[in-house]
Write a protein that binds this ligand. Structure first.
Ligand code: NMX
Ligand code: MLT
Length: 434
């Protein structure tokens, strides 16, 4: 059975579960909404549903029930590679099943057919000033492709019906995903490599082809596969996934929805934190004249940052209450491939020094490092030193999870998202603070 047939079968099997919950259990209370939760960005309210991944505060992410080490071990890998096919990971996220080699081959072939970047996207990018942030270029490139949305054309034709919406969303997703490595690599080489470009290789997989188009040798192909898989999904309450879901709930197509999600990812408290970590480390390196600081010197730099009112980038999390397993996966890779890298030594030192300091502050709920504390150091090691590009890498990976989510959103007919707001007067009244 092909991926689309399998997906349809799974959607059909799942629909009655949602219908039953909606009809028979609609009034069952699942969570409390406190004043804290309202003011603190709806923190922790159980108000979203997704089956693509689940984030346990102490264990970290599971993709379709599998931990990161399980995903890395169980998914098929290209010959000689340490990391799995991104194609296979998408198959897992979308269908919930581990792919066979044949399933991976199907996604590979389908994506190859659809990967070409339209000339008008390239023209759009070229028209932008070169000092535009790469995330702005990335979001603009995605949005430009909206003209080709099959979902939007189908809706405009007047033939829309809720039961078939997943099909057109799926087709858009399969058109969009393979273009992302080309878009990312194009932006990188246009901005930083004198507008010289390396054509896509029809024989290379998603991660391998990205490394090839970036112009970086092995093992960067494995770095790319690892990055895209690790960043793919983090359940659906984070800013990029939630934004994508929210915008799509208005029946906006994937181009509108995912571009909006990418604008959220570009915030420094979310995906931009990976560039901020490298910027912070570079600042310390300049002050240290390239030397590795002692523990005491590093502690002082951390306190200087906190005392100037800034957050320590790469540490803390809204849900996690332990070191992010995505951080640990990258640390394992770094210990194996780049143990003597000077930036890795900084990252390692921060791992020792930052958590006790954040604990001392008394207000930080999670003092441990998140994924962004490690991402930049591996990129830097393999030559991607233009750190304002790092969030684009996060964004390409994030596409895998958020697009799988949106296909399922349409498959299960989830409604337009529309929570209720109240005024401060009303909240004071409800809280008994008047
Ligand atoms: N450095 C300094 N202060 C922090 C940090 C940190 N790394 N993390 C949290 N705090 C502060 C936070 O600013 C807040 O202070 P205040 O009450 O004065 O506003 C207080 O601790 C309580 O915040 P929490 O409830 O622990 O964290 P919250 O859920 O609100 O925010 C983050 C989560 C991730 C936004 C926050 O930890 C942070 O700003 N971290 C640094 C930026 C970062 O690494 N972001 C990337 C997250 C992962 N991603 O890829 O998206
Ligand atoms: C993410 O991967 O989206 C971040 O860790 C942020 C989050 O989960 O809130």
């Amino acid at each position: 059975m092909g991926i689309k047939e399998k997906l349809y079968e799974k959607i059909q099997a799942h629909r009655p579960r949602i219908t039953r919950l909606y009809k028979e259990f609609a009034d069952k209370v699942i969570d409390d909404v406190t004043v804290y939760k309202i003011i603190a960005g709806m923190r922790g309210i159980k108000a979203l549903i997704t089956d693509i991944s689940y984030l346990d505060p102490y264990e970290g992410i599971r993709f379709r029930g599998y931990t990161i080490p399980e995903v890395m071990e169980k998914l098929p890998k290209p010959e000689g590679a340490e990391m799995p096919y991104v194609e296979g990971h998408f198959y897992l996220l979308l269908t919930g099943d581990l792919p066979t080699e044949k399933d991976v081959e199907e996604v590979f072939t389908e994506w190859k057919k659809r990967e070409q970047l339209p000339q008008y996207v390239i023209d759009t990018l070229k028209a932008m000033p070169r000092d535009t942030h790469p995330m702005t270029m990335f979001a603009a490139g995605i949005l430009a492709m909206q003209r080709d949305s099959k979902f939007a054309k189908w809706y405009a034709s007047g033939q829309f019906n809720k039961m078939d919406a997943w099909d057109y969303m799926y087709e858009d997703v399969m058109d969009l995903l393979p273009k992302l490595p080309l878009l990312g690599a194009y932006i990188y080489r246009m901005k930083y490599k004198g507008d010289t470009h390396i054509p896509s290789d029809p024989n290379l997989d998603f991660g391998g082809n990205f490394a090839h188009m970036m112009g970086i040798d092995k093992p960067y192909d494995d770095v790319a596969r690892m990055y895209f898989i690790l960043h793919s999904d983090h359940e659906s309450g984070n800013v990029s996934a939630h934004t994508t879901h929210l915008v799509a709930s208005a029946l906006s197509d994937i181009y509108y929805s995912y571009a909006a999600g990418m604008c959220g990812l570009a915030g420094p408290l979310h995906g931009l934190a990976n560039q901020e970590v490298l910027r912070w480390i570079q600042g310390v390196m300049d002050k240290m004249g390239g030397k590795i600081p002692t523990k005491e010197e590093m502690e002082k730099f951390i306190w200087d940052t906190l005392n100037s009112g800034q957050v320590v980038p790469g540490f803390g999390h809204a849900v996690l209450r332990k070191t992010d397993p995505r951080y640990m996966a990258q640390r394992e890779f770094a210990l194996k491939h780049l143990p003597d890298d000077p930036i890795f030594k900084y990252v390692d030192l921060m791992f020792q020094v930052v958590p006790p300091i954040l604990q001392q502050l008394g207000k930080v709920k999670n003092p441990w490092p998140n994924v962004d504390a490690h991402s930049g150091c591996i990129q830097w090691h393999y030559g991607v030193r233009e750190y304002d590009f790092y969030t684009v890498l996060f964004g390409i990976g994030r596409a895998l999870g958020v697009t799988a989510n949106i296909v399922w959103d349409r498959g299960l007919g989830y409604q337009i998202e529309r929570p209720k707001s109240i005024t401060t007067d009303m909240l004071e009244e409800l809280a008994g603070a008047k």
